[in-house]
Design a protein around this ligand. Sequence first.
Ligand code: SF4
Length: 388
Amino acid sequence: MKNEMVFFQERSGIGRRISAARKYMDTIGLYLHIPFCNGKCPYCDFYSVGDLLLTDQYTDALLNEMQMQANDTLMADTFYLGGGTPPLLGTENLIRLIQAARKQFRFSGEATLEANPNSITEAMLYRLREAGFNRISFGMQSAVSEELLALGRRHTPQQVQEAVKAAQNAGFTNISVDLMLGIPHQTPESALRSVSFALELGVQHISAYLLKIEDRTPFYARRIEAECPAEDVTCDIYLTVVDVLSRAGFHQYEISNFSLPGLECRHNLKYWHCEEYLGFGPAAHSFWHRRRWGHTRELRQYLAAPEQTIFVTDERAGGFEEYAMLRLRLTEGLDTRTLKQFGVSAENLLKKAARFEKAGYVQIRDGVLSLTPRGFLVSNELIAGLIL
Ligand code: SF4
């Protein structure tokens, strides 16, 4: 723990020393983890707790941590409240956080709030829009009641419609919904119903994630895969969704993310572009000046002493493998001309890629290597085969 504390103080100190010596700014993203939920969905392994009595105290702790990490050289252009279920913090606390981002990090830009469709009211949305939130991401998951039930979700398709409508009324013009594919009882037809439902809502961004059965979740213990579509059916569902969204004008920019032109999530793009960001709260991670560090998943310990929950994960992050792996998640792909900076031969990589191109998993255009939708379905194996 002592080393972690030294690291934390040193990190803040580094920033202050840089500020005295240099005039330029580092433009970063800010991620705040809000670890409160009204119950636990059986597939979820995000860090969350149900102790809602701690929300005010937690907001104070986040504000303190932001103040400690801020320095003259840092400036933020994305602000993302994820969770958990951020609206459970309450309107006033959410506003205090965005105001602190402006004050401590000169934040101006994309401000996203994740929300469950039944966790937010129109009155809250008006206040939050007024306070500067300009993007909202709803956990819709499915438009089919039986599938929502099987996922342990506590909202209905009608509540999704109402929540999106309320956000539109409040002035949000950048709204995203999350869908899940390969879930219990889903069929290609039911998946298409969910996609059509999402499109009819008039949203600007859709994330469509394949269900991953994480260790130590109730889904894992129940061996839920027996109730999910077979692998080949799930692949068909994914490819059909990609096709339907593309025909509706949604550009696929990452394995699971689609948007109308220009409305990609700028904050998440920072992760895939290996750009810098600071994370606050238990389970949040940061990447700054080639260092990666995280916070342990311990709310009470965080409340007592945030610096003692920080652990460094990588002192020399952002190397070739990480850069290539993250770039290949994006449809913009990996420009092999950028590999010189890592001392890596573009020629070797392109030679390996040519084999996969013939099979329809990758495409190579003007030295830029990218995965096709079929390639995205086997991205882990493919990327390992290309870069390791
Ligand atoms: S609401 Fe979201 S964060 Fe909370 S348990 Fe469900 S999936 Fe996880």
